[in-house]
Design a binder for this molecule. Structure first.
Ligand code: ADP
Ligand code: MG
Length: 243
């Protein structure tokens, strides 16, 4: 199986701060990978490098066949293949729900509006937001905004969706709805890389778990094995605090 994302000896610095240290990682098509670890360990940096939101300083990073370390690579080609869902939704606040989902296929893929409307409606139905198509983001709850953000990502038919703490800004009663939508995404066979504090998602939906600490991958295992027997003391300490 060929990797859809491959890091080879990747390093990333913010000034003197060594945020990613010699990362070697292969993610195969269709995998659902949870990344957990302490705050400030570099989880966001790691996934933001995967669609070029953060440049790397050395090593090689190949995503959907494109080399992110190569200055000649057109980053827009990667972003067509790789969607991202953020903690704070990043919806276009002066556009309706429907427009939010129609916009990128129109502008980036140059698809006609009748097709974009059909695709948008299809995914808004899937995420349970079809009755809010004319609402503005400020009229929605956090959980509803996040479901729209996921529909917006799906409408681009990406190969990969990156999620950076998608439920961390939500009230507890809204988390379940968003996790259910993420499970739907996983069932489509889309490759997912998810930074999360939701141990339930990590255990039940993802099929691979990465424990990240201080710029390193400390453990990379099957979730059930990780939760039953973490290999490292760092992971044991972390789990004792979050579970
Ligand atoms: P996590 O997502 O695990 O909390 P981050 O990837 O956000 O960790 O951050 C890793 C380290 O890099 C932290 O020390 C953080 O302060 C630092 N960092 C993150 N983004 C920047 C930035 N844009 N400029 C400088 N330092 C940053
Ligand atoms: Mg983060």
């Amino acid at each position: 199986m060929t990797a859809i994302i491959e890091f080879k000896h990747v390093d990333k610095y913010y000034g003197k701060l060594h945020a990613l240290k010699d990362i070697n990682l292969k993610i195969d098509e269709g995998q659902v990978v949870s990344i957990i670890g302490p705050s400030g360990s570099g989880k966001s940096t790691l996934i933001r490098t995967m669609n070029g939101l953060e440049p790397i300083n050395s090593g090689q990073l190949i995503v959907t066949g494109y080399d992110l370390a190569d200055k000649k690579t057109d980053i827009n080609k990667i972003r067509k293949n790789v969607g991202m869902v953020f903690q704070h939704f990043n919806l276009y606040n002066n556009h309706t729900v429907l427009e939010n989902v129609m916009l990128a296929p129109k502008i980036v893929l140059k698809r006609p509006d009748d097709e974009n409307r059909k695709t948008a409606m299809e995914y808004l139905e899937k995420v349970g937001m079809a009755d809010k198509i004319n609402s503005l983001p400020r009229q929605l709850s956090g959980g509803q905004k996040q479901r729209v953000a996921i529909a917006r990502s799906l409408a681009m038919h990406p190969k990969v969706i990156l999620f950076d703490e998608p439920t961390s800004a939500l009230d507890p009663e809204m988390i379940e709805d968003v996790l259910e939508v993420m499970k739907f995404v996983a069932d489509q066979g889309i490759t997912m890389v998810v930074v999360t504090h939701e141990m339930g998602f990590a255990k039940k939906v993802s099929n691979r778990l990465i424990f990240f600490d201080a710029g390193h991958i400390l453990e990379d295992r099957k979730p059930e094995e990780f939760f039953a027997h973490p290999d490292t003391e760092r992971a044991r300490q972390f789990l004792s605090k979050v579970i």
